[in-house]
Write a protein of this length. Structure first.
Length: 243
């Protein structure tokens, strides 16, 4: 599952890539600070492109919360939902049935722009983190769903069955985030999609040969180490770990 991301691009790069504008320019300095590792379970603030205003980048909290909650119930909900994955990921196969996702899938789809993300690889019972990024160093577009609670957006990243590349890396869960190309990014935010259209986009297979994948430091998984540092993106090779 996709619980760890990085976002090191300046907001102007995201604006140019996705043809959007930051919703409030006073936020630019905050979101221009590179985040080399964001652990979803800390529920970081990230930028999303919401379907309702598909021409803007807006701040969102990673971890979807039911829309009938109040803003004061967001953090208590996260504590309660941690045993269910904290609302960080949503299985794309369940979006039309799940009690939260079915209320978002038709009108509250979003794009989460990231510079990369991390997945664990299991080797002889131990976890080794791998970093995924675009070979041309472009931002990646992850498909998601969101809710609006008072003035807060809460969102989740959609996942699907792993492609052959992801199955080799994420070899315990065999899942991957739903990654979209520019054409499908635009389509995902369209207000005119029916259920079959949505399923078609969710089944899109992002070209594996467009991704650069390599192992990084196991500090990524350590709660005792600050892994939100530039060196966490450096390649670290492990003896016997070959994918």
């Amino acid at each position: 599952m996709c619980f760890h991301t990085s976002q090191t691009k300046k907001t102007i790069e995201l604006e140019n890539r996705f043809n959007v504008n930051l919703v409030d320019d006073s936020m630019r300095e905050y979101f221009d600070v590179p985040r080399y590792h964001m652990n979803g379970f800390s529920h970081p603030n990230m930028l999303v492109i919401p379907q309702e205003k598909s021409n803007v980048l807006a701040p969102g909290v990673w971890g979807i919360v039911p829309s009938n909650k109040s803003k004061d119930e967001i953090n208590p909900y996260f504590k309660e939902a941690v045993k269910y994955g904290g609302g960080l990921n949503a299985r794309s196969e369940k979006v039309f049935q799940h009690f939260i996702y079915r209320n978002s899938i038709m009108e509250n789809r979003c794009i989460i722009p990231v510079s990369g993300f991390f997945e664990p690889h299991d080797h002889k019972g131990k976890k080794y983190p791998f970093h995924f990024k675009d070979k041309k160093n472009q931002p990646l577009a992850l498909a998601g769903l969101y809710t609006v609670i008072d003035t807060f957006i809460t969102f989740t990243i959609l996942t699907k069955d792993a492609s052959p590349l992801f199955a080799k890396i994420h070899n315990k869960k065999n899942r991957q985030p739903v990654i979209l190309d520019i054409e499908n990014t635009h389509n995902w935010l369209s207000a005119d999609l029916n259920e079959n259209d949505i399923k078609g986009i969710l089944n899109f297979n992002y070209p594996e040969d467009s991704l650069n994948v390599y192992s990084v430091s196991k500090d990524l998984f350590s709660p005792k180490v600050n892994s939100d540092v530039e060196t966490i993106l450096e390649e670290v090779k492990y003896e016997g770990v070959v994918v």
